[in-house]
Design a protein around this ligand. Structure first.
Ligand SMILES: Nc1ncnc2c1ncn2[C@@H]1O[C@H](COP(=O)(O)OP(=O)(O)OP(=O)(O)O)[C@@H](O)[C@H]1O
Length: 269
């Protein structure tokens, strides 16, 4: 187990946002945190990263109690991609190089530069190296933030809606790259997501939050019409398109043969 979260609680002023959240994640796993707007997904990631201070509970990474560590020690273990990325008058190259800070002792080394170069290549963003981040589009900036988290070489990646600003091709490429990095480097990724179909495609396990609590947790078997309706309050059909499980809004009364013109076989499962 690479990450363990025990009985985590968080309050904004007197309002309880997270109630006794508990789960574990193994190395090589991508886990999607799902749930409606305002349920506490970002708050949970910020508690795991110690940006926010939980009222109770514990977080361990590789057996180390995160709450006993300093900012730089945490940055060596966790790469965090926030939902809203801050900008400034920096080139993309320098912004990504900043991700190496937890590893730099005196000065930037050849190794640091090599790692930054390789991540620019990996994410197909070499064309952005010298662009200023305060002149970038939302999607370009999101890629810079993901690149910065990768050069940190963390044990755990925490990604808050990592594809929210990306076009379809970039979404697929970035999620596939994260998936591969998690497997190759035996790390773990925890991503908040709204797109259930992308979650089904790229995550191994799912944590569904409702009312600040873990409502369901597990593999693909927990993504059922009943659970999705309980969590989001929306009836859905779960089916398959070209062998891939997918979720489409609709009620069981939906008749695929007459109500929909695609070749989706929703309702088959
Ligand atoms: N700084 C803050 N002060 C007080 N309450 C806050 C603060 N930030 C967030 N909240 C509240 O905490 C709750 C959880 O917010 P959070 O951002 O974690 O939700 P989320 O699940 O990530 O939502 P979304 O899917 O819309 O991004 C919300 O009700 C929100 O209004």
């Amino acid at each position: 187990m690479i990450l363990s979260v025990e009985e985590l609680q968080f309050l904004y002023r007197n309002r309880k946002i997270l109630h006794e959240i508990a789960f574990t994640i193994d190395e090589g796993e991508v886990v999607a945190i799902l749930g409606p707007n305002g349920v506490g997904k970002t708050t949970l990631l910020k508690c795991l990263n110690r940006i926010l201070h939980p009222k109770g509970g514990a977080v361990h990474i590789d057996g180390e109690n995160l709450f006993n560590l300093g900012t730089m020690e945490i940055a060596r273990l966790i790469g965090y991609v926030p939902q809203r990325v801050e900008t400034g008058r920096l080139t993309a190259f320098d912004a990504v190089l900043l991700g190496r800070r937890p590893h730099i002792r005196w000065d930037v080394t050849e190794k640091d530069l090599k790692i930054v170069d390789s991540v620019f290549k990996l994410l197909s963003m070499e064309n952005l190296r010298l662009s200023y981040i305060d002149e970038m589009s939302g999607g370009e900036l999101q890629k810079v933030a993901i690149a910065r988290s990768l050069v940190q070489e963390p044990k755990v990646l925490l990604l808050d809606e990592p594809t929210s600003s990306l076009d379809l091709k970039n979404q697929v490429e970035i999620l596939a790259t994260i998936r591969q990095i998690v497997l190759d480097h035996k790390i773990a990724a925890v991503m908040t997501m709204h797109d259930l179909n992308q979650a089904l495609r790229y995550a191994d396990r799912f944590i569904l939050l409702k009312g600040g609590k873990v409502h369901a947790l597990g593999g693909v078997e927990v993504i059922t019409p009943q659970v999705i309706e309980e969590v989001y309050g929306l009836p859905v059909i779960i089916g398959e398109i070209s062998g891939m499980r997918c979720v489409v809004p609709g009620s069981p009364a939906w008749d695929c043969s007459t109500d929909c013109s695609t070749d989706c076989v929703a309702g088959k499962l």
